[in-house]
Design a protein around this ligand. Structure first.
Ligand code: HEM
Length: 512
């Protein structure tokens, strides 16, 4: 005898049918009816972010390599998400990463995993981003960077060189990543917070910091899919963090230190006891003083998040550049010798470095730096933008407004028509008759309204550091190979294979 289902069973059945129908409709819509349906790509990628999740998280940062395969198979525009296409067409770069007056929102998916939602880099809306960015720009302008070169950047580079001089005496190998991470961290913290973290003075240059940053970068790949997890982690008590991973405490201590610093600036202002010495001015003073930022932009948590992104963005990318470029110079004897000849004639006294804008005019040195930028990829993550007002023309195809569109340096720098033999470190490609044309494709700092805030500081650091190191020391690579510089994982910035012991050098001599 047939039984009549209970009301609860009927409701559950009806709910199941609705969920099933919704899922089926979503799949059919995304594959066949969406405005992006005409762009080729794997069906799973069109349906859900699971495709990206597999390469980002399960395979630990392998999406750039998969993107190469996808573009070989499907052409210059590939659909890689329900609302995302990835483009491999270098001539489209300037269109996507456009300057004002074009409006570009950001698809902050890739940034969300850092848990710094109130910082400039994670600001999705174009106008909101303009406001936050305008407040920071003066602090990192060409003039501001040039002014602080004398008092902040060069003294720290001299400190790092002291470390190399000591290594010459002891014969101990030096890990370039650890040394330059201490250097760039000390520079950015002195520059932005008037208080250097002093990593260059710590034993072994605080080697654990590199590990902490790598761990945070890798975790961000998971957190970008589950952003609530990073929020939960950031608000957890210290004992729990210690239990999960004691190394994470370094990040938390930095956050607490920044909170205390901002709080002091705010309290001193409130009770009129502020120390107004220009040398003590920090990025917090600049933001708090800015009349164009409303009070909601000057809260303690937001200022701390802005400071946190500046510490990490201001160190990791520059370090990867310095480490890779040092490797390639030392691995190519003829390049090393040509570079040192030019540096010796431009810097007669190794103790007295010219300003970075003078170094930038040395033709061979500038070509080495450009090639260093090309071969190290910069930020390896695809950088997604959204044009809210206009459709964008890519070749013959129109990408509808509102689409998340991304491009990657990894593909751009391996484009056969621009950079033949891309795995070879060849500064000469920047000295040929087509070099000027080629420069528009060198995009490590991205372009347009959301390009790198720290571009002037980064350029000053890399020119001064490499000039100092290669003018002052004779070095050789020590137990280091190409696998120690090639990207094996994309954790927003490039990371090398697990188990690499880094780029290590021995100092063989001090140059007169
Ligand atoms: C060689 C070194 C560097 C490279 C290759 C680099 C690259 C980049 C790239 C590609 C972006 C765009 C990211 C995106 O679209 O999501 C960016 C943004 C940013 N960079 Fe850098 N960067 C470097 C050094 C620095 C330094 C020294 C600072 C220190 C202040 C810095 C601070 C920032 C900030 C705050 C942003 C966000 C800007 C915004 O959203 O308006 N970077 N960087």
């Amino acid at each position: 005898m047939a039984t009549i289902p209970s009301p609860a069973t009927s409701v559950a059945l009806a709910a199941g049918i609705v969920v099933f129908a919704t899922v089926v409709y979503t799949i059919v819509y995304r594959i066949y009816l969406s405005p992006l349906a005409r762009f080729p790509g794997p069906k799973l990628a069109a349906v859900s972010k699971a495709y990206q999740f597999y390469f980002d998280v399960v395979k630990a940062g392998k999406l750039p390599f998969e993107l190469v395969r996808l573009h070989e198979r499907y052409g210059p525009i590939v659909r890689i998400g329900p609302n995302e296409v990835h483009v491999s067409d270098p001539d489209f770069y300037d269109i996507l990463y456009a300057s004002l007056p074009s409006r570009r929102h950001k698809d902050i998916f890739a940034i969300d995993g850092f848990g710094l939602a109130q910082s400039v880099i994670a600001t999705a809306n174009h106008e909101h981003h303009r406001m936050r960015r305008a407040a920071l720009n003066p602090f990192f302008s060409t003039q501001a960077v040039a002014k602080l070169e004398q008092s902040v950047t060069r003294p720290r580079i001299d400190d790092a060189c002291q470390g190399l001089a000591k290594a010459f005496e002891t014969g101990e190998p030096v890990d370039i990543e650890v040394l330059t991470l201490a250097l760039t961290t000390d520079i950015i913290t002195q520059y932005a917070f008037a208080k250097s973290y002093g990593y260059l003075d710590r034993p072994g240059y605080a080697p654990e910091w590199a590990e902490v940053l790598r761990g945070a970068a890798q975790s961000s790949m998971l957190f970008r899919y589950l952003p609530f997890m990073i929020k939960l982690l950031m608000s957890s008590p210290e004992w729990l963090i210690n239990l999960i991973d004691p190394k994470l405490m370094q990040l938390f201590n930095i956050k607490s230190g920044l909170e205390a610093q901002v709080q002091t600036v705010m309290t001193n202002r409130a009770n009129g006891s502020e120390d107004t010495k220009q040398t003590d001015r920090t990025i917090f003073h600049a933001l708090l003083d800015n009349p164009n930022l409303p009070a909601s932009e000057k809260t303690l948590p937001r200022l701390v998040e802005e400071a946190q992104i500046i510490v990490s963005a201001g160190s990791t990318t520059t370090v990867h550049f310095l480490k890779c470029t040092t490797f390639h110079i030392l691995a190519n004897k003829s390049i090393l010798s040509r570079l040192q000849t030019e540096l010796k004639s431009a810097i007669p006294d190794p103790a007295v470095l010219p300003p970075s804008h003078v170094l930038e005019r040395l033709p061979y040195f500038a070509a080495v730096i450009k090639e260093g930028f090309r071969i190290n990829d910069g930020a390896s993550s695809r950088l997604a933008r959204v044009a809210p007002d206009v459709d964008l023309l890519c070749g013959e195809q129109t990408i509808p407004r509102g689409t998340s569109i991304s491009m990657s340096t990894y593909l751009q720098y391996r484009h056969p028509s621009l950079f033949p033999d891309p795995e070879t470190f060849s500064p000469d490609r920047w000295l040929g008759p087509d070099a000027a044309k080629l420069e528009r494709y060198l995009v490590n700092f991205s372009k347009g309204t959301r390009n790198c805030l720290g571009i002037n500081l980064a350029r000053s650091e890399v020119f001064l550091t490499l000039a100092a190191v290669f003018r002052r020391f004779e070095m050789e690579l020590w137990e280091t190979g190409r696998g120690d510089v090639e990207m094996a994982h994309d954790f927003f910035v490039p990371y090398v294979r697990v188990g690499s012991k880094g780029v290590r050098v021995v100092v063989k001599g001090i140059c007169a």
